[in-house]
Design a protein around this ligand. Structure first.
Ligand code: NIG
Ligand code: FE
Length: 410
């Protein structure tokens, strides 16, 4: 990618500019520029508009020689990309009737991946993540949140957060790190509260000082951390200056209400939440992130995204890519499949994986194609945007462009 370029023509460019930040969206509201071009300077958008007008400028042109539809690069706002090993054996057990919780109670589940991730070196983790980032870029994802949480000791969690940092420096995709050391209690500790006390005192200050992450996550549920434990831990994290998010209401209610109480940026999962919980999230401006990949992986119903939208919430969709509950790691496919069942309009689905997902990460420079924003863009080989979700993930992008790319190529 050169320093300055006019890219086009796009048969259609879905800029997502000016769309409502909350609630339902109809496809008529999609801002579409026909026969469009994008003027990019040093990885940022200077201008979007009709290609014929843009090409008159004395700027190099990168011509797209096929029918193309462009949209903002996809944003995956919730993943656990940094792990080693496989849990295909557990998946087979679940297909034979075992539950996710019963596998975890026997020492499998998250702790299974923890054992394998502790054994992996930083270099091995970087190489595994690089492969996963390559697959994300091929699917059009240009920003991906990545959680720690498969180390659960000071050293191993720092190794994971460093591995995310190293991968971020090497990759064209932007990675947003989140510290999820409060994923589950490791066997080295007798109680949840002793463990949380330990990480709040010893790990969080290092994460903050070394700028390894500015977001803290916790798994709030019956099998993980209780509301009381989570409140205490998250309050400490907030005092240190972290943004908060939570794995909330996946199997039992309570987590989303806590996220609202503490002013978290997002509350993720929400399969078990109710209209009362959504009202609290809406009032506290917490972004609800639903994770169809976890429903597909566990064979459980989706979070009720349609009803949340109808209640006025700004629903975002993420893949939850992880080795246990969501091994697929394909955001657009999952959003398309969930959209078919939940009856999400195409505008709602695209919003959920672009600008509404950016809100879930509190990122204000992406998710929309407009001047001043990052030139993160995904280009599909088709002449009508509806072909993209119609193909339910089978239509792959022809090109994915990122703001980081021009710097790395330079
Ligand atoms: O988002 N719910 C907790 N954490 C992950 C699963 C992690 C795992 O099973 O390894 C999730 O589903
Ligand atoms: Fe998750």
């Amino acid at each position: 990618m050169v320093e300055e370029v006019i890219l086009g023509p796009f048969k259609q460019l879905l800029t997502m500019e000016g769309m409502r930040s909350c609630g339902p969206l109809s496809d008529h509201e999609l801002p579409i520029i026909q026969n469009a071009g994008i003027h990019i300077h040093q990885g940022y958008i200077q201008h979007v508009g009709p290609f014929d007008a843009l090409r008159k400028k004395t700027i190099p042109i990168q011509e797209i020689e096929y029918s193309a539809v462009g949209l903002p690069g996809l944003i995956d706002a919730h993943t656990h990309l940094c792990w080693a090993g496989s849990r295909a054996n557990e998946y087979a057990l679940r297909l034979s009737g075992a539950s996710y919780q019963s596998i975890a109670e026997k020492g499998g589940g998250i702790l299974n991946t923890v054992r394998m991730t502790r054994q992996a070196s930083l270099e091995e983790l970087v190489s595994l993540m690089e492969k996963r980032c390559g697959s994300l870029l091929n699917q059009g994802v240009t920003t991906c949140e990545v959680k720690s949480g498969y180390g659960l000791t000071l050293e191993d969690e720092l190794k994971i957060l460093h591995a995310i940092q190293v991968t971020r420096e090497k990759q064209k995709i932007d990675l947003i790190p989140t510290c999820l050391t409060a994923h589950t209690k490791p066997p080295e500790f007798d109680t949840n509260s002793l463990y949380l006390e330990y990480i709040a005192t010893h790990l969080l200050p290092i994460v903050r000082a070394k700028k390894l992450a500015n977001r803290i996550d916790i798994f709030v549920d019956k099998e993980a951390f209780s509301l009381k434990e989570a409140r205490n831990y998250l309050q400490k994290a907030k005092e240190i200056g972290f943004q908060l998010t939570a794995h909330a209401d996946q199997f039992s209610r309570g987590g989303s209400s806590l996220a609202a109480e503490l002013g978290a940026v997002s509350a993720d999962h929400l399969e078990a939440s109710t209209a009362e919980d959504w009202e609290q999230l809406k009032n506290a401006k917490v972004i609800p992130v639903v994770l169809p990949g976890a429903s597909l992986g566990l064979g459980i119903p989706y979070a009720p995204a349609r009803r949340m939208l109808d209640q006025g919430l700004p629903v975002a969709i993420a893949s939850d890519w992880n080795p246990g509950s969501a091994p697929m790691g394909y955001l657009l496919l999952q959003a398309a499949i969930m959209g078919a069942t939940e009856k999400l309009t195409m505008a709602e689905t695209f919003a959920a994986i672009t600008f509404r997902a950016a809100k879930a990460l509190r990122l204000e420079d992406r998710g929309i194609l407009k001047p001043g924003f990052r030139a993160d863009c995904v280009i599909y080989p088709c002449d009508d945007y509806r072909e993209i979700l119609y193909a339910q993930g089978a239509l792959l992008p022809k090109m994915t462009l990122t703001a980081k790319q021009w710097k790395m190529d330079a």
